[in-house]
Design a protein around this ligand. Structure first.
Ligand SMILES: [Zn+2]
Length: 143
């Protein structure tokens, strides 16, 4: 799918937060909270629940690694994760550092309370997380 932003984004090395053979992660540019991360399969499948278990596990492996880094860097009360699928028609997980029970409910979205992260802040946060992850994704993880 050449017109799918998530199919294209996996090749934008500078924006990748983490990656493995089957999936990659980026910071959401319109986060619920700073550190809101999207975990995206490299394969174009619209529905998370239509992905193979192997791909789902690869996504969860990234979620586990990133949750540990996000806890240190963003200091949330909890880490939240959800699948909604209403925004981009390419399966993805939302991994969100949450500070309030409504951070992961639909309240923030419905009330238009999502943030807009400037590029320099995204870059700074990505750098902090790469430090926690001990480096950006290596060449082997690229497709
Ligand atoms: Zn796609």
């Amino acid at each position: 799918m050449t017109d799918c932003i998530f199919c294209a984004l996996q090749h934008a090395q500078a924006t990748l937060l983490d990656a493995n053979e089957l999936a990659y992660a980026v910071l959401d540019i319109a986060p619920i909270r700073p550190g809101h991360t999207l975990i995206i399969p490299r394969q174009h499948v619209e529905d998370f629940f239509e992905l193979s278990a192997e791909v789902q596990m690869a996504m969860l492996e990234l979620a586990n690694r990133l949750a540990k880094a996000l806890k240190v860097v963003c200091n949330p009360l909890r880490m939240g994760m959800l699948v909604s699928g209403f925004d981009v028609a390419h399966a993805h997980l939302h991994l969100v550092p949450i500070h309030d029970v409504h951070d992961i409910s639909s309240k923030v979205l419905l009330e238009g309370g999502k943030l807009r992260m400037p590029d320099d802040q995204l870059q700074q946060l990505r750098g902090q997380l790469h430090l926690q992850l001990q480096g950006p994704p290596d060449e082997l993880a690229r497709n």
